[in-house]
Design a protein around this ligand. Structure first.
Ligand code: SF4
Ligand code: SF4
Length: 247
């Protein structure tokens, strides 16, 4: 990995005629953010539960205890992405953030004084990828724009902030109920919607009639609502638990 400042440029050109075409869609080890799942589920027109069952594996974050999702490769040693075809990516308009951002990696930190998010980028150099032999030069900012990553980054940063909230209380474990609600609110959005509309949330966190109307028809609004809601639920549960030191 080579660190990139905001002014540094890198050469990259990926296209269907390149000899390594589709090479990066095998040997899959791909983390999926909630917004990736929302976009893929919408693309495939699947209920979120069906998508999760068919295409993902759920893992428990080793330090956070939070449920984390990966894209499940097809069976076989090549670990091929279920969405790749000879012509390329079959979900291209809604491919995950990690596919869009390649060959860059992005890390963020929050400025403690201003609360603003600061981004850092690095360039990945992997032997199988020949896209660096092109002529087109990009800055990290130009690449983000070209790959339409703004909305992905905005939503993924909210997930990172949830993970970091739990990491600040790594010694405290989550109840099964909160872990289940985290899974629903972040990943299984259609079931989360059903939970809100037909069964209700905790009494002090019930949405207003206007919010319920938007939850019914707007998946992105539902995801943002869910992530904010789970942040409050996490804060409340973590604050109420004694740490190991207190016991
Ligand atoms: S989602 Fe598309 S671009 Fe990403 S690994 Fe799968 S086929 Fe490749
Ligand atoms: S150039 Fe790199 S990103 Fe493009 S198909 Fe080849 S391996 Fe994948």
């Amino acid at each position: 990995m080579i660190p990139l400042s905001t002014k540094d440029t890198f050469i990259f050109h990926c296209h269907p005629e390149i000899s390594c075409f589709n090479e990066c869609c095998r040997d899959l080890n791909q983390f999926l953010y909630p917004y990736d799942i929302l976009r893929l589920t919408g693309h495939l027109k699947l209920h979120s539960s069906q998508f999760l069952k068919q295409y993902t594996s759920c893992h428990t974050g080793p330090s956070t205890g939070l449920p984390m999702m990966t894209l499940r490769p097809l069976a076989g040693i090549e670990r091929i992405c279920p969405f790749v075809s000879d012509e390329g990516c079959t979900v291209y308009p809604n491919r995950p953030a990690s596919c869009r951002i390649y060959p860059l990696a992005r890390a963020i930190s929050r400025n403690r004084q201003t609360g603003r998010i600061q981004e850092r980028f690095a360039l990945l150099k992997e032997p199988h990828c020949r896209g660096r032999t092109g002529k087109k030069a990009w800055t990290a900012g130009q690449w983000m724009k070209n790959q339409q990553l703004d909305e992905y980054n905005r939503m993924n940063d909210q997930m990172i902030s949830l993970i970091s909230l739990k990491n600040q209380h790594a010694e405290r474990s989550l109840s099964r109920k909160t872990a289940r609600m985290f899974y629903l609110a972040c990943y299984d959005l259609d079931r989360f919607r059903e939970q809100i509309l037909y069964h209700g949330l905790a009494d002090d966190m019930e949405p207003s009639p206007d919010t319920r109307a938007r939850i019914t028809e707007d998946d992105l609004f539902l995801l943002e609502f869910g992530m904010n809601w789970i942040k409050q639920a996490l804060r409340a549960e973590l604050a109420a638990q004694p740490t190991r030191r207190d016991r």
